[in-house]
Design a binder for this molecule. Structure first.
Ligand SMILES: [Fe+2]
Length: 274
């Protein structure tokens, strides 16, 4: 509205001169956290690509969180968008750019999602569960707006671009695989995630408890009806090299807690395929 030109010329950080108009955002899913982030993701159909536009002045002026808006949300939308919020919180918590401030938001988001996502999927009109999820997605948004994300989001965007896999579904299917890959980097944080998601890890060492974080995420996904693999969405092996190249362009790869090469991304896509 204030800068002209076409949308693709805004791709990347701070690619515009004039500040945008003020925005008042009302989230209609408990997932993206967009109401509190300074970025937007747009699908460019002509190149099967999801581009990111970001700029500090894009941060919404006001966010209105109204949980009653979710009362008629279909369970699968509640499930997949809720898993997107969980992915934001976990990736923000374990990545290299995390700090005590972002961790405080991310940890509380994981706890709320562990407590409320199942109830929310069962009954989106349950105001306590809806409020819990809405606050969780907002907190996760605050965390990742500062710390950014990791391999999971880098890999989810090409799946949306090439195969129209919904963002939340792509993240939900990839998350356990990426978590297994990253477990090497910080077992202490994995133990915290396991505990926040309801696992009893009190008598375990970090090393013993870490795999339970992945199991807890898998259990949650299963319980709320997330499909188990990407093959169910028509994703085919022949596109893995191209998708992996696109994923490597994401800035999220560089802050992923375990050093990641293109061969790792290809292997992660393959693992999630069936
Ligand atoms: Fe996301």
């Amino acid at each position: 509205m204030t800068n002209g030109g076409d949308l693709e010329s805004y791709e990347g950080p701070e690619k515009y001169k004039n500040p945008p108009l003020p925005t008042i955002c009302v989230p209609t899913t408990a997932g993206t956290g967009s109401e509190t982030t300074a970025m937007t993701v747009i699908t460019v159909k002509s190149r099967n690509y999801k581009m990111t536009i970001l700029g500090k002045s894009m941060l919404p002026s006001v966010a209105l969180l109204d949980p009653s808006i979710f009362s008629k949300m279909p369970p699968f939308i509640a499930a997949s968008t809720g898993m997107d919020a969980l992915t934001h919180a976990i990736e923000s918590y374990i990545n290299l750019a995390s700090n005590s401030f972002t961790n405080a938001f991310a940890v509380e988001a994981i706890r709320l999602i562990g407590k409320y996502l199942r109830h929310f999927v069962a009954q989106a009109s349950d105001l306590e569960a809806a409020t819990g999820m809405l606050v969780a997605s907002n907190l996760a948004g605050i965390a990742f707006d500062i710390s950014r994300l990791g391999n999971c989001h880098a890999m989810a965007h090409p799946l949306g671009g090439f195969f129209d896999v919904p963002h939340g579904v792509a993240n939900s299917i990839l998350l356990p695989h990426v978590m297994k890959f990253n477990m090497l980097a910080d077992q202490g944080k994995y133990k915290v995630i396991a505990q926040l998601l309801g696992e009893d890890v009190s008598r375990m060492t970090d090393l013993e408890a870490a795999p339970l974080a992945v199991e807890a995420v898998e259990k949650l996904s299963r319980d709320i009806g997330i499909p188990e693999n990407l093959g169910l969405y028509g994703v085919t092996e022949d596109k893995i090299p191209e998708m992996s190249k696109d994923a490597m362009l994401s800035g999220n790869i560089k802050i992923n807690p375990r050093v990641t090469k293109i061969a790792d991304i290809e292997a992660l896509y393959r693992a999630a395929l069936k």
